[in-house]
Ligand binder design. Sequence first.
Ligand code: AVJ
Length: 326
Amino acid sequence: MSAPTAVARDVDASAADSAFLRDVVAGLTARPKRLPPKYFYDEAGARLFEAITALPEYYPTRCELAILRERAPEIARFFPAGSALIEFGSGSSRKVRMLLAAAPAIAAYVPVDISFEMLMKEADGLRRDHPGLAVIPVAADFTRPFSLPAAVAGAAHVGFFPGSTIGNFEPHEAASFLRHASAMLGRGAALIIGVDLVKDPAVLDAAYNDAAGVTAEFNLNLLSRINRELGGDFELANFEHRAFYDRERRRIEMHLVSKKRQQAKVAGRLIELRAGETIHTENSYKYTLESFPALARDAGWSPRAVWTDAGGNFSVHALVFEGKSE
Ligand code: AVJ
């Protein structure tokens, strides 16, 4: 397969801008106030997230990388010769590189991400390091249905969704994402997916309340982004980061807490906050080695394998879509 250079750009810049504006206005005028976590990742946010992954308290990235490194040959058995690997929310290509190194049979790599700049940069590097691989980036919001490039229509499809990004979805949204993914990848497809595990709440707490304050900066950057891109006037010093584990819901919640009664303007709209009122910016659901496969099964996938790190902190699952007759 030759390496196409064309890029499918599902989200044009202005459509993406207006979705951001719409979601911000809807979230800040709702009760309780909320903002979707997918907007954390502008350029500054993506950089801050990379810094989070290197923090001593933030175990998920290190644990997942260890699993991928050690288990790549076993994972590679799910990649048929000539298959296309589709990564949802590719960001930096560190993780996929471990799979590509162990699976020379992969013919095409389709990274899907909202950050166009990141996609282009990473694609160049991968083409250089894997001259035989067709790298076909798609700039799209993978939380909504999008179409696969025509160039991989005939290939076997394997999805890759690392990082426990699925933890950002409500369980019912996670199930509908998995159903969309099976419809898009098609009968016989596999999905390799990283899922963070339920564990000692103190460990979870520390991972989202790091001593260096990088997670706080990452959370607050959402308000900076609103200021920059939507002409907001949030005073960052008037907000603080809060993250805690809810044992019943098995999720980390992140909030921005208003330190005092205040007002802010966003796109000409007045937003009022009480002292102590919070903006809920993220949920990060944790699963068990039973609860995630059960969710996947309900969404039509057959769990085939699961790998964890030595400490049992993180899991990587292999699911197969056998495609029941409709
Ligand atoms: C990228 C969604 C997996 O939930 O751990 C890290 C994002 N938020 N620190 C996570 C995040 C705060 C991360 N995910």
